[in-house]
Design a protein around this ligand. Structure first.
Ligand SMILES: C[S@@+](CC[C@H](N)C(=O)[O-])C[C@H]1O[C@@H](n2cnc3c(N)ncnc32)[C@H](O)[C@@H]1O
Length: 169
């Protein structure tokens, strides 16, 4: 019994904790109601390619695809969450990709139009530079960025809804 409890405990710590070890947010999914607000705020539709930087269990990717986004791409450092989110998104297989690893090392799809972030301020602070580095390869001139829970330091947002803010880059 004790062994099972220890295994379950370790699994929970592993699922929640990996993001924190690398200095990002721990795993906490955006609640369903707020995912709808996020899609509304960014006005996600059929022309959009939505990227979730730290995609957790795929909750935002599902919301994007249910809002008719063309594609949804997730980057997640925690392999357990990658496996789980791929399972959750199996019905959308043709329209979604979930990559394992640190998103700061990723090259975003060139047709990205919307980025979602539920991250800590320390991570958000690095986002303007990260987007600048990708800029030359991005087709869209106006990237919409939705942040949940915290604001991007030093950057003015366009609109707010619930605990989310919308930025344009
Ligand atoms: C607060 S959760 C948000 C999950 C999901 N985006 C949502 O809103 O439901 C943050 C996630 O980002 C992941 N994460 C943190 N830093 C990361 C990084 N640098 N690269 C990839 N994933 C990261 C964590 O493992 C965690 O699953």
């Amino acid at each position: 019994m004790t062994t099972i409890a220890i295994i379950i405990g370790c699994a929970i710590v592993a699922v929640i904790g990996i993001g924190v070890i690398i200095g990002g947010a721990p795993f906490v999914p955006t609640r369903k109601k707020w995912t709808v607000d996020a899609m509304k705020l960014a006005n996600v539709g059929a022309d959009d390619v939505v990227v979730d930087l730290g995609s957790g269990d795929g909750t935002i990717l599902i919301a994007a695809l249910e809002s008719n986004a063309k594609r949804a791409i997730g980057y997640e450092i925690n392999p357990l969450l990658v496996v789980w989110s791929r399972l959750r998104l199996r019905q959308f297989k043709k329209r979604t990709t979930i990559k394992t690893g640190n998103f700061f090392r990723a090259k975003l799809p060139t047709d990205t139009t919307v980025i979602y972030l539920f991250q800590v301020e320390k991570v958000l602070r690095k986002i303007p530079k990260f987007i600048d580095q990708q800029r030359a390869d991005l087709k869209t001139k106006k990237l919409r960025v939705v942040c949940f829970g915290a604001e991007i330091p030093g950057k003015k947002f366009l609109r707010e809804l619930g605990g989310m803010s919308l930025y344009e880059f």
